[in-house]
Design a protein around this ligand. Structure first.
Ligand code: ACO
Length: 391
């Protein structure tokens, strides 16, 4: 097929073959890399993180152990774990430029996720990938916490070198040393979202590093990709809906109204999972424990009812699309139970996912192959130049 007819066919069918290269809109089904970091089985609803089922790892590992696992492929021994904790503690203090950028961002009314992107951009690449990985992971919670406190008119809280990564995050946010239950809940969350195959932000990070660029640039770009509501930006809106519903009997009318307007229900559906996202179960369990001990049990029960109703209505409105609960629904509930405002949900996702981004960058560096797909040209051809006065 040649020229216009070929292009027309491509536009109509969505998936076509051009010059022997399959065109896959959204890169669906395209395998761009090999990874040992995570395996997402969308049909079975399984997630492996560096060999561990997410259910096995997330509730047991400290975030530092997961980080070590991603970066090195094995769990650390006691000495290696202490070394990693020391390395992170040494990099938690933010550069002066980050503080200045955060103050300007907050004064300008920037959303915390934008402030994170801006302040992460002040981290200076060192020329050493492992150093940059440590710096990025250590700095993210410090940036988000400082941004949050500045936006409330409070001074940032200095990190406490005696606290774990997750505990430090909660400490730098609130100024109070968190209890074990809350740290465990946050670590379970961070571990659950640390990596997830070739998702959009991870792909972004790998593309940037594949050009020979540095890890700081890669994680800054990844934050931009994570922000979108189709990726990491969903949990805030997901919780807003639960609040709007307020009482169990309102679930059906409110959700119906949204579906009737053609809106998507946030926290449901996934590009890869066509069954329940396994991360939703891990986080639902963590949220149930947290709410039983430390938060508003009524909200947890309401959320369960909203989920049940949403799944029933999605099957009615979108039969056969296999739309099930995704990670964002219970993320919202868990992070709310930890006292985090919705504006910090996506930045907190970044605090966990930066582990995977940096690990993928290290892997991509080893692969050493520029990521450079092709496009199918559907524009006009052979046009003749028209001088300005004749247009
Ligand atoms: N609510 C209502 N309808 C939906 C939803 C939803 N949450 N998700 C998909 N659909 C519908 C689509 O409208 C489409 O309907 P159609 O066939 O009548 O056109 C059909 O289901 C298939 O949808 P696609 O757009 O092909 O699915 P895709 O794989 O592109 O979408 C996505 C995945 C973007 C996550 C989608 O399910 C969505 O928008 N969900 C809501 C946002 C959300 O929760 N995002 C977080 C994802 S998890 C993460 O990234 C960490």
């Amino acid at each position: 097929m040649e020229g216009a007819a070929h292009e027309e066919s491509e536009r109509e069918s969505g998936v076509e073959v051009s010059g022997g290269t399959a065109f896959a809109p959204g890169l669906e089904g395209v395998v761009a890399t090999r990874t040992r970091l995570s395996m997402v089985d969308g049909a079975a609803g399984r997630l492996l993180i560096a060999g561990f089922p997410v259910e096995e790892l997330a509730g047991r590992a400290s975030f530092e152990e997961t980080l070590y696992l991603l970066w090195n492929g094995v769990l650390p021994d006691a000495g290696q774990l202490e070394g990693l904790k020391r390395d992170l503690a040494a990099r938690r203090a933010l550069p002066e430029a980050a503080g200045e950028v955060l103050e300007a961002a907050v004064a300008g009314g920037a959303a915390p996720i934008d402030a994170l992107r801006m302040a992460a951009g002040t981290l200076a690449p060192s020329g050493n990938d492992r150093e940059d990985a440590l710096t990025s992971v250590a700095a993210f919670p410090a940036i988000v916490a400082a941004c949050w406190r500045l936006s409330r008119g409070w001074d940032p809280v200095e990190p406490d070198p005696g606290l774990s990564h997750a505990a430090n995050y909660l400490y730098m946010l609130s100024g109070e040393v968190p209890g074990e239950e809350r740290v465990r809940a946050l670590e379970t969350y961070l571990n659950t979202v640390c990596d997830h195959g070739m998702n959009a932000s991870t792909f972004t990070a790998r593309v940037i590093v594949s050009t020979g660029s540095d890890l700081v640039s890669a994680v800054v770009g990844a934050v931009g990709a994570l922000k979108g509501p189709l990726h990491g930006g969903a949990p805030g809106p997901a919780l807003d809906v639960v609040f709007e519903i307020g009482r169990a009997e309102n679930a059906e009318p409110v959700l119906r109204e949204r579906l009737n307007r053609g809106e998507r229900l946030m926290g449901f559906g996934h590009r890869v999972y066509k069954v329940r996202d396994p991360r939703a179960d891990v986080l639902a369990g963590a949220a149930e424990r947290l709410y039983a001990s430390d938060a508003d049990g009524d909200l947890y029960r309401l959320a369960l009812e909203v989920e049940r109703t949403a799944l029933r209505l999605l099957e009615e409105y979108k039969p056969g699309r296999n739309l099930d609960t995704n990670v964002e629904f219970y993320t919202a509930l868990l992070l709310h139970g930890l006292g985090l405002p919705t504006g910090l949900f996506t930045p907190t996702f970044a605090v966990g996912r930066v582990a995977g981004w940096t690990a993928h960058c290290l892997e991509q560096r080893e692969a050493g192959r520029l990521i450079r797909p092709q496009s199918v040209y559907v524009g006009e051809r052979g046009k003749k130049w028209v001088p300005l006065e004749k247009r």
